[in-house]
Design a protein around this ligand. Structure first.
Ligand code: GCO
Length: 255
């Protein structure tokens, strides 16, 4: 059974993985044998995150690039090529949040969220898939969605639009790449205890709303997403495509 979930010999690139959900997923995949590539825009943060994993005996390295910069992404993958690094698993995790009512929202802020949370998944996914297809040995792409892939919340319109797009982008990727033995799926985290949600966690009314809105009655932890990521990154999900798995305490499943 454990062989099904074994990631030994696989290399996984997790975008936006210096902290939070991305870092937890990187640590989780590394614990199952993968060599993980930590990504972020700043060398110091990437090196620090890599160090946290290597000091635990896990296989990790870093790649510093801005996922919204097409040239930077292409250069990063060209560098992987030069160094003989094959990305077998891609987790498009990088994301930002910007909370403001739409009638007050400036176009530049809308675009910045869309660029980071949706367009980057296309840019990085395309670079990875080109190489997976050329190698002829398949691959895994996991796009990180949200409860807002399914339902809207006021004041987070660009995030909601992007995360809804993530769900259907995964299906478009599956439509084009499944025949190359590439499985593309999404994970939809519920409300998770992360830095991005700090303002919400510390807001007593919001905290109470989260706890009363899901049957688990609590916020999720980043490490509680690892099992689903390992499943979707491993041979255990070799015939699973275009799905989104909500890890939300049951939020979306109960009235
Ligand atoms: C918000 C939060 C959410 C969560 C998560 C929920 O402002 O509502 O940031 O977007 O981060 O996406 O699934």
């Amino acid at each position: 059974m454990s062989r099904l979930f074994d990631l030994t010999g696989r290399t996984a690139l997790i975008t936006g993985s210096v902290r939070g959900i991305g870092f937890a997923l990187a640590e989780g995949l590394a614990a199952e044998g993968a060599h993980v590539i930590i990504n972020g825009r700043h060398r110091e943060a990437v090196d620090e995150a890599v160090g946290k994993l290597t000091e635990k005996g896990l296989a990790a390295s870093g790649a510093v690039f801005d996922v919204t910069d097409e040239a930077a992404v292409e250069n990063a993958f060209a560098d992987f090529d030069r160094r003989g690094i094959e990305v077998h698993i891609l987790i498009n995790n990088a994301g930002i949040q910007f909370r403001k009512p739409m009638v007050e929202l400036e176009l530049k802020d809308w675009q910045r969220v869309i660029d980071t949370n949706l367009t980057a998944a296309f840019i990085v996914g395309r670079a990875a898939a080109r190489r997976m297809i050329a190698r002829g040995r398949g691959g895994k792409i996991i796009n990180i969605g949200s409860l807002t892939s399914e339902a809207g919340r006021a004041t987070v319109a660009p995030y909601t639009a992007a995360k809804g797009g993530i769900k259907t982008l995964s299906r478009a990727m599956a439509a084009e790449w499944a025949s190359f033995d590439i499985q593309v799926n999404s994970i939809g985290p519920g409300y998770i205890l992360t830095d991005m949600n700090e303002a919400l966690i510390s807001n007593a009314a919001f905290d109470a709303w989260v706890k009363s809105s899901n049957p688990a009655g609590r916020w999720g932890r980043p490490d509680e997403l690892v099992g689903t990521a390992v499943y979707l990154a491993s041979d255990a999900s070799s015939y699973v495509n275009g799905q989104i798995i909500y890890v939300d305490g049951g939020w979306l499943s109960v009235l």
